[in-house]
Each structure stands twice: as C-alpha cells, then as structure tokens.
Design a protein around this ligand. Sequence first.
Ligand code: NAD
Length: 498
Amino acid sequence: MDRIGHHIDGAATAGSGREADVFNPATGEVQATVALASKAEVDRAVEIAAAAQPAWAATNPQRRARVLMRFVDLLNRDMDKLAEALSREHGKTLPDAAGDVQRGLEVVEFCIGAPHHLKGEFTDSAGPGIDMYSMRQPLGVTCGITPFNFPAMIPMWMFAPAVACGNAFILKPSERDPSVPMMLAALMEEAGLPKGILQVVNGDKEAVDALLDNPTVQSVGFVGSTPIAAYIYERAAATGKRAQCFGGAKNHMIVMPDADMDQAADALVGAGYGAAGERCMAISVAVPVGDETADRLIAKLAPRVEALKVGPYSSGDDVDFGPVVTKAAKENILALIQSGKDAGAEAVVDGSRMSVQGYEDGFFVGPVLFDRVTPDMDIYRKEIFGPVLSTVRAQSYEEALALATDHEYGNGTAIFTRDGDAARDFAKRVDVGMVGVNVPIPVPLAYHTFGGWKKSMFGDLNQHGPDAFRFYTRTKTVTARWPSGIKEGGEFSIPVME
Ligand code: NAD
C-alpha cells in the first residue's frame, strides 16, 4: 500500500509518526496512508523555508515568473495523470477533476504577470527635492491550509501568487486527498523552483497548530469549513499573522416568474448536483418566486434529477457525479436528509438510499430534491455539502432577496430572469460576495478576485486577482530627499508637502 509522506527540502520524505487512511470513495477501500506531521516536522520545514526564501526573493520577478510559465506546460503535460489521481482519492468524475486542475492553472497563468503587479508606486517631486515611492516586498515564510474538495485548484490559488511574490510557501493539504498536492510540488521543482520554496507538510490539527504558532510564519491562507476558518483566523491574529480564511456556504438561486424554466432547471441540476454537491459554490437552495413559478420549476427539475447517473469516476463520461468523500460525510448527509423529512419538507426525488452495483461499499448518495423547505429547518440553515437541493418558495422578489441576504453564509448566489432591472437590483442589494445573473456558479476568473461575505470569509483580501499580490506582499514606502536641505537646520514641526 502507498505511504504518502511529505515534500520537504526538495524531496518526498517519509513521515515519522502518526498516519491516517486515504480512501477510494468509490470502493470504500483504504488505498494509501498519509503521514500526519508532528510539530517538530513542521518546525523543520519552516526552518528550511526561512533559509531558502531570501535568495528566492532576490531572484528578479521575471525569472520567478518563468518558473510558473514552465509549470503551466508541465501541468498540461500531466493533466490526465493529475486528474486520475485526483478522482481516485476525491471521487469526482475525470472531466470535473481536469476542471479542478484547469481552474488552478488559470491562476498560475495570471501569476506569470506578477512583475507587472509588483511594480509599486512612485511620486516624482512630492516636495522640494523629494521623491516618494512604495514597493511591495514579500512576507517571508507563508503557509496555506486547504480543503478536500479542490485538492489541485485551491493549493495553486495560494502557492502561485505566494511564490511569484518571492515568498516561501508551506502547504498543509487535506489529509483526505493528499496525492495531487504532492505531485504539484514535484512539478514546481521540475519547472525550476529552488528546493525549500514550496513544501508540502501533510497532517491534521497538530500540523495546523504548529504552523499557526510558529513565529517565523508570516501569513496563513485557509479554505475549509466555517468553524475551522473562524478558529484559524482568531489564532493567526493572536500570533500577529496576516490571515485570509474562507469558510462554508449556502448558495441561493432565485428563479423569477419570467425566467426561461428549461434553462433554470438545467442550471440547477448542474450547479446543485455536480461533484455530488461538494463545492463551496454549489447551489443548495432554489428560490422560485411565486407558487406558480415553483410548480413549473419542480415539474422541470424532477425528471432531470431522477435521470442523474451516479457512479465511480472509472465509468468515464457515463456518470454525472461520484461518491462523497468519506463514510462520515455520507452519514452526515443522510442524517440531514432525514431531518428534512422529519421537519416536513417534501422529498420530491429521494435517491438517498441508492447503491451502485459492484460498488456497494462506496460512499454514494443519490440525488435528493426537496420542495416546501422553510428557513427554520436544518436542511436550510446548515451546509449539507452533498447532492441535496432544497426548494424554498418565496411569495415575492423582496422575500427571495431577503432569504439570500439574511442567511449567515454569503459565498455565492444567482438570479435567473429575463428582467434586466430585477437582475441589476439583485446584484446591487444582495449581501453576498459573488453573484450570477443567469449564471448558476459565478466563480470569477483568475484576474478577478474570489471571496464570499459574512461567515463565508474572515479577512479582508480575496483570493487570486489583484488582491493576491496585496495579500502576499507588504508595502514599504520611502520618502527620499537628495538636495542639501538638511544643512539649513532641523525641522521641529511635522513636515507638510506644499
Ligand atoms: P475542513 O474545515 O474539515 O478542513 C479544511 C482543512 O482544515 C483541512 O486541511 C483540515 O486538515 C484542516 N482542519 C480540519 N479540522 C481542523 C482543526 N480542528 N484544526 C485545524 N485544522 C483543521 O473542510 P473540508 O471538509 O476539507 O472542506 C469542505 C468545506 O470547505 C466546506 O465547508 C466548503 O464550503 C468549504 N470550502 C470553502 C471554499 C471557499 O472558497 N469559501 C472553497 C472550498 C471549500
């Protein structure tokens, strides 16, 4: 059986203590073990990073960017291999796994433009004989803690800008699917990254706490569930680190009476059930406006949901979505589905107890479509992170807007309508970070930024786009005077530029 260790100081290294099982979610079998780093192992990686970082920061930004350029080629070369390894540990279909790599790759491409974003600011003659300039300097040793659901994309969203800015980066990926992050670190070094600049330390809370408590580590990027995001944000702040922590979601899609109902139903099926609903931008709540709209929507949705094909990624294109990631995740989803039924929601389609022939021990949950869900129910309040779509009937546009606005999460939302005025009003007023207009999963492209509001995000700078260069650098501003002004004597009042 494979034993996955760490990637430290330019090489795959064995772990030296505790281990966790890595499952194949389609079969339910343990296919590998992954090392869980101790504090001492984390501290050693940090020391190596700190020793390697100054030379990398002194490498000119264009040369650093060239490493990313070669990395893009290597990602394309190994795309199939990466997608297969990803599907085997995560369970998502192969095209979806390739998409996971691709959306990371696009941020790497954006980061090839880092020299432009790092240029800083300059004011000539800010005062008599005085120039003022600001430069962006790397933070030093940075780290990122990533979730299981995008094991390629999210690590790349973090490490590409971090290293492009001249930092060293330590990645602590999810212990559920650690193989692809290990492969990415090896590819970065094949692309020319010096050893010690990107390291992967596998582990659990012990490794995370060691990173948070290490005074050499300057910043923490986190993506995962909200309780852990809040914990990491607080602990990082307590130790004086810069932090951006992205949490869970409950994304609403408003369907107006004038929407193209076929288009809305197609969008909901893909956005609600793709990747078994294990996406932070999945739509988990449909909000038709008016009972007549709701009836028409459910009539279009139900047959589409019933027709969804669930199976292992190895079945190729014949599968719409795969298993969920672990047995514990499956049990949690089934318990929430049961709570919905107990609370009086109507299960229009209930595939929850399905099993896949030949894969009876896999962590499969079939698609569930609920109607007549109300905001007090757990299936509405909690993130299910499974193939479950809840329909909440709103009687007016204002009520629909208030649902998305008042929910504690604020990651993504969408409105389906033919009315430009309603769409414009919604985009402007809704209290959510990313909004789609007739687009169900509005994940911004690499050159815009990604981030939710409310309990979906703790921190002030988003992922990728221009914010990434702000997060991974700090500004130093220099005020320089070269003429002989000082000879005229000291100044005792605060200088004012005239
Ligand atoms: P998770 O919070 O369980 O784990 C995320 C990371 O935190 C992992 O690396 C894990 O090892 C670590 N971790 C877990 N428990 C910890 C603890 N007690 N102390 C310190 N570290 C700990 O999340 P997950 O199940 O891997 O991912 C799914 C969640 O991520 C969902 O809530 C989803 O919405 C969210 N997510 C959010 C975004 C976003 O951009 N907002 C993107 C993807 C996923």
